[in-house]
Design a binder for this molecule. Structure first.
Ligand code: G6P
Length: 605
């Protein structure tokens, strides 16, 4: 969703801001803008649409002088994606400009108050109240004005504010939205995501909720909400900058699909030692746990759907799954006997954070499985297990999802052993199998060279059904989501046994059905469902182990997976479906890395 960047130093700010914004494009946006301070003037440029338009409008930033500036990519919430609603927003006296990521919940009342006091609003955004508040409170002290304005705001925000009277100074502030400050030599950066500045500096400071900071070319001073200076540790970004580049692939999504075996190794290797699962910092009160609840959104939720089978089977403990957007308002039956497992690639999903807080208030212990280091969810949890997938740029998650599954498998094996529900021989066999998953994921990538051809056959479909039972059904959910997200083809996943209770009415001559037949325990049952849809004219594209003659004999087309124990197979089974979605979207000429209307990090409700 919205992204913010800022720079103060001795170089021309505009080109750096534009480069930073390009790195944030993946978060999803529909307009963009920058504000650069030069002398006592603030130059503003905004466009609807892509950063490329902003580059064109500003001669790649060369046309705008000034060495301090802020930039923004906007994903419209309050007001349509127009130039006027795009950030930065300026005060009526032209002295201040602000960029904002998040939502100001009390903006209606603030807008009314400010309008009554004579402030003129140009846009429909919630953000604009911030800049008028700063102007109202400004009596010559920039810091005081920012603090007073912040005290009036409710909601979530990561803000950057510049002042024409004070070139070379930026105030930034964080409340429930990510904000990171980057320290260079004679220059200072900020951004909502480290990818926007890792090319310039690897030394960063993560702001916490309620903190604000003053950036100058010499460095940064962080304050608490009362304006008292607070010392902050400097963290070092260790991942390779190329991890956030396309590296020769046509799209980030394809690169990230291909990276999965490597990401899986990074997730597993440090946690399997001498044939044992070792989970760092898992300081849970195991004696108290009577049930597990998993909550997440989107693909992370579907990773939970697959993980539930593994945890229940190996730990013999009930696992309940709840969408975070539902759980937060569900008055949930959660108490100190509940372990809440929260899954999130970004660690910033607003609904997931809210659900987590709701369960925390009811006494649950919280384990977070997160990819982004230092993210809000990672900080809020009692324990965090990082997925170590590296930066994921494509909006549609791939390696984020599979590495979440791997951590759930690790957890299930670890907890199963600890609880004594898993026999030693089964434990050791599954640990061995887990270790082999990166190799099997690579096989799943290699054994499907026909997928681009199959995409040519299926890309014209109006809709696709994905069916399966048990663990295959969990994978079907994610397979259908991938197809919808990036190819814009209607796709629906169904528990295969449930088809006959209604959905089979939609099966007609030529209707493509993707059938997952990887789970031997239910394969015969799924085969019966396949035969039923074939009898009604469906074309079946089956996913099965290579060499499965029974499935081969009924399906029209095949996607192959290597043999993997059912309890650990989802992370391998999904791979051909990710590739299918990718190539179908490519055939349809879709904007694969930045699908329309979607955002990578969903920081609004
Ligand atoms: C968005 C993304 C999905 C992701 C979901 C949850 O909708 O487009 O790919 O699965 O958010 O995000 P999280 O960062 O919490 O895993």
């Amino acid at each position: 969703m919205c992204g913010i960047v800022g720079y103060t130093g001795s170089q021309n700010a505009a080109p750096l801001l534009l480069e930073g914004l390009k790195k944030l494009e993946y978060r999803g946006y529909d307009s963009a803008g920058i504000a650069v301070v030069e002398g006592n003037t603030i130059h503003i440029r905004k466009v609807t649409g892509r950063i490329a338009n902003l580059c064109e409008k500003t001669g790649d930033g060369q046309g705008i002088p000034g060495t301090t500036g802020i930039g923004h990519t906007r994903w419209a919430t309050h007001g349509a994606p127009t130039d006027t609603n795009a950030h930065p927003h300026t005060s009526n006296d032209g002295r201040f400009a602000v960029v904002h990521n998040g939502i100001i919940e009390n903006y209606v009342e603030l807008r009314r108050e400010l309008t009554q006091k004579g402030y003129r609003f140009e846009s429909e955004t919630d953000t604009e109240v911030i800049v008028h508040l700063v102007e109202m409170y400004y009596g010559g002290d920039f810091k005081q004005a920012v603090m007073k304005a912040a005290n009036r705001l409710r909601g979530s925000y990561a803000l950057g504010i510049v002042c024409a009277n004070e070139p070379g100074r930026i105030f930034v502030m964080r409340e429930a939205s990510p904000l990171i400050v980057g320290l260079g030599i004679g220059e200072t950066y900020f951004a909502s995501d480290v990818t926007a500045m890792v090319a310039y500096t690897r030394n960063v400071i993560y702001l916490e909720d309620g903190e604000f900071a003053e950036l100058t070319p010499e460095g940064v001073q962080v304050y608490d909400c009362a304006g008292r200076e607070i010392p902050k540790p400097i963290s070092r970004i260790t991942w390779d900058i190329q991890a956030a580049e396309k590296g020769g692939y046509a799209h980030f999504m394809l690169k990230e699909i291909m990276e999965q075996p490597r990401a899986a190794k990074a997730t597993l290797a440090p946690r399997i030692q001498s044939g044992e699962v070792v989970l760092e910092n898992l300081t849970l009160d195991w004696g108290k746990i009577q049930k597990i609840m998993i909550t997440a959104c989107g693909s992370a939720y579907y990773a939970g759907c697959a993980g539930k089978y593994t945890i229940e089977k190996l730990c013999r403990i009930p696992v309940q799954l709840e969408l975070a957007s539902e759980l937060r308002y569900a008055d949930p039956l959660v108490d100190e006997h509940t372990l809440l497992i929260v899954l999130s690639q970004s660690g910033e999903t607003a609904d997931t954070i809210a659900a987590m807080k709701e369960c925390r208030n009811r006494g649950a212990q919280i384990l977070a499985i997160v990819n982004v280091v230092g993210s809000t969810i990672a900080k809020l949890a009692d324990c965090t297990l990082y997925t170590w997938a590296g930066p994921e740029i494509a909006v549609a998650t791939t390696k984020g999802y599979t590495t979440q599954l791997l951590v759930l498998y690790l957890f299930a094996l670890y907890a199963g052993k600890l609880r004594g529900t898993l026999k030693a021989d089964q434990y050791h066999r599954l640990v061995g199998e887990l270790r082999s998953l990166p190799r099997r994921m690579q096989l799943a990538l290699d054994m499907n060279p026909r997928i681009p051809k199959l995409a040519k056959k299926y890309h014209k479909a109006d809709s696709l059904f994905f069916i399966g039972r048990n663990t295959d059904y969990a994978v079907a959910l994610e397979g259908a989501l991938k197809m919808k997200e990036i190819s814009y083809i209607h796709a629906e996943s169904y528990a295969a046994g449930e088809l006959k209770h209604g959905t089979i009415a939609l099966i007609h001559e030529g209707q493509p059905v993707v059938a997952l037949c990887c789970n031997p325990a239910v394969m015969e049952k799924t085969l019966s469902n396949i035969v039923e849809v074939i009898a009604r004219g469906a074309e079946v594209l089956a996913v099965a182990e290579r060499g499965n003659q029974t499935v081969l004999s009924v399906a029209d087309d095949m996607l192959y997976v290597p043999r993997v124990d059912t309890l650990l197979s989802a992370c391998v089974e999904i791979i051909p479906l990710q590739l299918l979605a990718y190539y179908v979207a490519k055939e349809n000429g879709c904007d694969i890395d930045k699908p329309k209307n979607l955002a990578k990090s969903v920081t609004v409700e």
